[in-house]
Design a binder for this molecule. Structure first.
Ligand SMILES: Cc1ncc(COP(=O)(O)O)c(C=O)c1O
Length: 414
């Protein structure tokens, strides 16, 4: 009997339908039946360098032979973690950056940033600033802060409020943010924002929106937190979306692309301003937060190898070049009857939305479409129950993009 309880799975429906992945190369993964799939989603938005990069395995093995792990609480540190923090601080568009490493995925980074935002205001003598604002369609992971901040109701409604003092605004309405901050006069700690909404359905920012909300946060003394768990480390054709959109965030959350998922690791990047009360000479302020595996040396070594590879193969330039290729390839899908919208044009990110009337008329339609696409050898998934995700590895070829779109077209047009 299968004993594995899968995330986000109806375990009754899963029985006998498991897809057991055993290998991968480039943009292709292979299951235990020997079937190959073109992975249009880079697993969960993370396998940016593609599969089968053995040099990352070598980096992990070399580090594990030296020192597999040692904790980094209080005084302790290790060379790969120290060097990784220096490296991230150099490439991140965050002024005077300090880097807090997190051990798992983006959810750890989000909880760390939420706690740090609140701790910061207490440390600077403004303890009333505790409310965190996020947006509709937002996805900030599944730990307590992320679940509470999430703007996808089906992912939050089964749970009691986990973190209090959270407000939501419409994802595309800068004036709504300003209004909430004004109404909650002096109580808002931070605004969490994915520069490009990912799991909520791939929504690139409306023109001018990010500059407006950034400006509102600055004027109103609210920390601007860029959640770059998907967009960080190259997916939008620059190292970070914060660079592309000149966000100058107070805090930035990252994970996935930092290691391309070869080992779990994340990082919260704090600006000098947020760090100051905790770092200044003579301070008694301590950020009492951390995880057993924060700064794990093997994960840090793998992250270095991943960043080396991205630089050496110029994969971010490749994403920038493929941005319009992907956008132009998916655009014609919009004319299909089953498709109500196609969103693309910011890096290697796209979504194909399935028409609402068709979904309402047949509630199993969208999942059957995902299945039919998979049966033709392409993996996609459903975002927020409405849209098909496209976020391929950076190494995807133009022919492979063509194949993804061809299969989408066959299934959605047929
Ligand atoms: C923007 C964003 N933030 C946070 C998370 C949570 O990351 P994880 O699932 O790695 O914990 C995700 C995951 O997809 C994400 O897309």
């Amino acid at each position: 009997m299968n004993r594995m309880w899968n995330p986000f799975a109806n375990m009754a429906a899963l029985a006998g339908n498991e897809i057991t992945m055993v290998g991968g190369q480039g943009s292709t993964v292979v299951d235990s039946q020997g079937r190959s799939y073109l992975d249009a989603i880079a697993s969960l938005w993370y396998c940016n360098i593609g599969y089968g990069r053995t040099e990352l395995a070598e980096a992990a093995a070399a580090q594990m032979r030296e020192l597999a792990a040692y904790h980094t609480f209080e005084f302790f540190s290790n060379p790969p973690a120290e060097a990784l923090c220096r490296r991230i601080a150099e490439i991140a568009p965050v002024s005077d950056a300090r880097v807090f490493l997190t051990p798992g995925g983006g959810s750890d980074a989000i909880d760390t940033a939420g706690k740090l935002a609140r701790a910061y205001w207490r440390a600077v003598g403004q303890p009333a600033k505790q409310i965190i604002v996020s947006r509709s369609h937002a996805y900030h992971g599944m730990n307590a802060y992320g679940t509470s901040l999430g703007g996808i109701p089906m992912l939050t409604e089964a749970f009691a409020p986990l973190v209090g003092q959270v407000e939501h605004v419409a994802w595309d309405d800068a004036a709504a943010l300003e209004k909430v901050i004004e109404q909650l006069d002096g109580q808002v700690a931070a605004f969490f924002c994915e520069p490009v909404i990912g799991a909520g359905g791939v929504y690139p920012p409306p023109p001018g929106y990010l500059a407006q909300v950034r400006d509102i946060c600055r004027r109103r003394e609210v920390l601007f937190v860029a959640d770059e768990v998907i967009t960080g480390f190259g997916r939008v054709g620059e190292w970070f979306a914060s660079g592309r959109f000149s966000l100058d965030p107070d805090l930035m959350t990252t994970a996935k692309g930092l290691s391309s998922g070869y080992l779990p690791i994340g990082a919260v990047i704090a600006s000098g301003r947020v760090a100051e009360p905790f770092w200044r000479a003579g301070t008694t302020e301590v950020f009492r937060h951390g995880y057993t595996y924060s700064g794990h040396p093997a994960s840090a070594a793998v992250a270095h190898a991943n960043l080396d590879l991205i630089e050496r193969e110029q994969l971010i330039q490749r994403v920038a070049a493929l941005e319009s290729v992907l956008a132009e390839a998916v655009a014609p899908l919009a004319s299909l009857e089953l498709v109500s919208a196609v969103r693309a044009g910011t890096g290697l990110l796209a979504a194909v939305e399935i028409a609402e009337d068709a979904r309402l008329a047949d509630p199993t339609l969208a999942q059957r479409i995902v299945r039919a696409i998979r049966d033709r050898g392409v993996i996609t998934r459903l975002l927020r129950g409405v849209a098909l995700q496209i976020s391929p590895p950076f190494v995807i070829t133009e022919d492979e993009i063509g194949r993804i779109v061809e299969v989408f077209g066959e299934v959605l047009g047929g």
